[in-house]
Structures are given as C-alpha cells and as structure tokens.
Design a protein around this ligand. Structure first.
Ligand code: FES
Length: 63
C-alpha cells in the first residue's frame, strides 16, 4: 500500500527502512522522502513507523 503518494513510498519500504535503523519520522523523511511534499501522509507514515518499531524483529521469509 502506498503511504506517501508524492514520493511513491510504500508501507513495506517504511518497514524495510526501520530494519535498517530508521527510528523517527525525521529519519524517514531524510531517507525515503516521506512527508516532504504535501504532508498528507504524515499521520499514516507515523502509524506505520510506530507499528514497525513495535513489531517483533523478524528474519527473512516474512515477505
Ligand atoms: S503524500 Fe507524502 S508528502 Fe504528499
């Protein structure tokens, strides 16, 4: 699902970024460009980010 339409960023990409060390919305904006255009995705991005941060770390095979 697209979270940030302006930058074509999906929830999956956000989860991937969290696995690589992203911890805040600022980090996400800096790495993927989320919420850097119209800003409409901010709430959704924050929610997906929060879920990814609280989800148990999983290895490969969850795709
Ligand atoms: S939808 Fe993310 S900045 Fe516009």
């Amino acid at each position: 699902m697209y979270v940030c339409v302006c930058n074509a960023v999906t929830d999956r990409e956000i989860r991937g970024a969290v696995k690589l060390g992203v911890r805040t919305l600022d980090d996400l904006s800096a790495t993927l460009g989320v919420a850097t255009c119209c800003g409409r995705c901010t709430d959704c991005a924050r929610q997906v980010l929060g879920e990814a941060l609280t989800a148990p770390a999983s290895g490969s095979g969850d795709d």
